[in-house]
Design a protein around this ligand. Structure first.
Ligand SMILES: *Cc1c(COP(=O)(O)O)cnc(C)c1O
Length: 233
């Protein structure tokens, strides 16, 4: 088990595990190191190995890490984002991967504009059978795009889709969920973003399923435990 209270000595081999994960990723698949609940020294160890993209799921924790860690880190937000928290991350966030409503998209646009920025976002799909309030069903995703208001939001840029597969052992089931997401990506790309090279990201694959995700067309894997070890909540 990891011990978060050690002050100087790393007791978990972050570098070794990071190297292992990287070795399994083909060129062109980016690694988002999911550092939620892990201390700064773990992030610094990965940073020292050249890792620059990190993902966090809580606004306050992210804010503290952003303030204390190197400024060239690219932060991705991967948790459920309440609209009233957007203002706290709008000045620095590199990508918000979890947009699942027009309301949230509007709020991000508003605060990006105030910061003179364009914020990259992904639309979060809900495909897994697990109960969750978050994510757009494929039809809700189609609906949001068909509605068209997103086109007027000049301070957000929709760069692709994000999803989590069911947390199961059944590899075929996981594969078929990635495949469904991939097909939806292709459909949406053709219908709305054919002329936009920036719409290119398929964010799927976590510690237990990223090798399958990569086979099923992921461009960005979000890996936490396999790099940093178990989270201590
Ligand atoms: C925590 C989290 C991850 C990383 O999960 P691991 O199993 O630790 O790799 C990836 N994506 C999202 C959305 C998460 O919340």
């Amino acid at each position: 088990m990891t011990n978060r209270n050690t002050s100087s000595k790393m007791d978990y081999d972050v570098r070794g595990h990071l190297t292992e994960v990287r070795a399994g990723l083909p060129d062109g698949v980016r690694l988002v190191a999911i550092s939620k609940y892990h201390p700064n020294e773990y992030i610094e160890a990965a940073y020292a190995e050249g890792q620059r993209i990190f993902g966090e799921s809580h606004e306050q924790e992210l804010r503290q890490k952003h303030e204390t860690l190197p400024k060239d880190i690219e932060w991705h937000f991967i948790g459920h984002l309440q609209t009233n928290k957007v203002k706290y991350i709008a000045s620095y966030i590199n990508m918000i991967e979890t947009v699942d409503s027009l309301k949230l998209l509007r709020e991000i646009d508003k605060h990006a504009a105030r910061n003179n920025r364009v914020i990259d976002v992904l639309l979060e799909l809900h495909i897994a059978e697990e109960e969750t309030k978050y994510g757009l069903t494929p039809d809700a995703c189609r609906q949001l795009l068909a509605d068209g208001e997103w086109r007027k939001l000049e301070h957000v840029r929709i760069c692709g889709l994000m999803m989590m597969a069911s947390y199961v052992d059944d590899e075929n089931r996981i594969r078929s969920e990635f495949c469904l997401a991939r097909n939806l990506f292709d459909e949406i790309k053709a219908q709305y973003f054919a002329d936009k090279p920036s719409f290119k990201e398929r964010s799927w694959g976590m510690s237990h399923d990223y090798p399958i995700a990569v086979e099923e067309g992921s461009t960005m894997v979000r890996v936490g435990t396999a790099i940093f070890g178990p989270r201590v909540y």
